[in-house]
Design a protein around this ligand. Structure first.
Ligand code: SF4
Ligand code: SF4
Length: 432
């Protein structure tokens, strides 16, 4: 029998080893949010693995149905946590998306968003800042409020009207414009840590960055925020643009490794997950493979880092109910779930309430809530049903996308709850 020609090409093929690891047991199906929405095998991890395998073996073309299933997936990686065979599903779907991009099979809308916004704006700091400035003026000038109320916009462009409600608020001052490259703690430093200011967080979550820096300084860290650093490449890699992700990774490797650091502390789950995988993305690069592994070994989420060094005891009790939502790229990609819970439970006075289905995706998933808005909102509804039941005053999540998405869910459902990053809560606890 003649072997069929694979519809995948180039060096970034979905790994055959990973594809053949799947034993089709189906244990991943109950944890998959898209399978829960449709009940269809093709929208499940096992079904998608079969689809990818069929394209790899040349028995299925890269059809519209195939592309739709690859984009319907949240890349939340809950299936990886559930899988007894250790199938690294995330790298399969990301490689399949990379193939779709290379073959020019994206829709015009997806090309515009992914390849203009992610490739040419998010990954270029000066262009991102310029775009953010324009968006900031639009948000603060009253024009946004006017358009939000506009019945015409709601009728003519309902999707656009909904999307602008989900876009993050642009900060008046960008984080890397406020802080110097090196910040010293008040006493003798015990640790020297690097900090990623990133892309969207730098312009829209400056306060979370400030909270993180304050908490690190309080824990005797000298904080290095390299001026030459760039976007980590996570949004690009997770959406299948390996080429630009590798370029960004190499730049960050050169920049961060030029400092002697004990750790590189992250406050965004998606960025941390990707930086921990730099070695995987650059494994075939003779110049960067070893350096990428060396950098990846230093990357730690803020919860991991504080758990390892020991959280300082706050002066006062914090008498509030607090719950915790697991960001997918923290719990499933990085396997970090004990540390944030342990830190929260160790704060005197806190009444910790566990969130049911805490590790079920909230539907944010990078740019998923923009490109698959309806699906994202259906997934958010399930998350909100559990969030409301906690009755907590604070819900903690260590990822900007989750914070925005759950805050949006609270506003939509009239739920009064503080949706905060762990660093923000700690800054309040320590009164910094
Ligand atoms: S749990 Fe793992 S081995 Fe079982 S079907 Fe899912 S991916 Fe395949
Ligand atoms: S990554 Fe998430 S959405 Fe995609 S198949 Fe796995 S569990 Fe389902």
């Amino acid at each position: 029998m003649t072997a069929m020609k694979s519809y995948f090409t180039g060096i970034d093929l979905p790994s055959n080893d990973i594809l053949t690891n799947c034993m089709h047991c189906g244990l991943c199906l109950p944890v998959c949010p898209t399978f829960a929405l449709t009940g269809k095998e093709t929208s499940s991890p096992r079904g998608r693995i079969r689809l990818i395998k069929a394209v790899a073996e040349g028995t299925l073309d890269v059809t519209d149905g195939f592309i739709n299933e690859m984009n319907f997936c949240l890349d939340c990686q809950a299936c990886e946590t559930a899988c007894p065979a250790g199938v690294r599903y995330g790298s399969l779907v990301e490689a399949a998306r990379n193939q779709i991009r290379m073959q020019g099979r994206e829709s015009t809308a997806a090309i515009t968003l992914k390849w203009i916004f992610l490739r040419n704006i998010v990954s270029k700091k000066y262009l991102l800042k310029l775009t953010a400035r324009i968006l900031g003026v639009y948000q603060s000038s009253g024009l946004e409020a006017l358009l939000k109320r506009s019945v015409v916009i709601k009728k003519l462009a309902p999707k656009l009207a909904k999307l602008q409600e989900l876009s993050p608020r642009i900060d008046g001052r960008f984080f890397d414009d406020i802080y110097p490259e090196i910040i010293h703690p008040s006493g003798q430093p015990k640790y020297r840590v690097g900090f990623l200011s990133g892309c969207i967080m730098n312009v829209a979550f400056a306060s979370v960055h400030e909270d993180t820096v304050k908490v690190l300084l309080h824990h005797d860290c000298e904080v290095i925020i390299p001026k030459q650093q760039v976007c980590c490449g996570s949004l690009q890699a997770h959406n299948g643009d390996f080429e630009i992700a590798r370029q960004l990774a190499k730049k960050n490797i050169d920049v961060f490794l030029s400092f002697e650091l004990d750790a590189i502390v992250m406050n965004s789950a998606g960025c941390g997950a990707l930086m921990k995988e730099y070695g995987q993305y650059l494994r075939d690069d003779p110049t960067y493979a070893e350096k990428a592994e060396r950098l990846a070994a230093k990357v730690k989420d803020i919860s991991e880092f504080l758990y390892d060094i020991g959280l300082k005891k706050p002066v006062k009790e914090f008498r509030h109910t607090v719950s915790y939502h697991d960001a997918c790229h923290l719990v499933h990609s990085q396997k970090v779930s004990i540390q944030p819970r342990s830190l929260l439970q160790s704060i005197p006075g806190i009444d910790y309430v566990e969130l049911n289905e805490a590790s079920w995706c909230c539907g944010s998933a990078g740019i998923y809530n923009v490109i698959r808005h309806e699906d994202s909102m259906n997934i958010l509804d399930r998350k909100m049903s559990h969030v409301k039941k906690t009755g907590a005053e604070y819900l903690v999540a260590n990822n900007p996308g989750c914070l925005t998405q759950i805050e949006y869910g609270c506003a939509k459902e009239n739920v009064s709850m503080n949706i905060v990053h762990l660093a923000t809560l700690l800054r309040v606890v320590y009164e910094l």
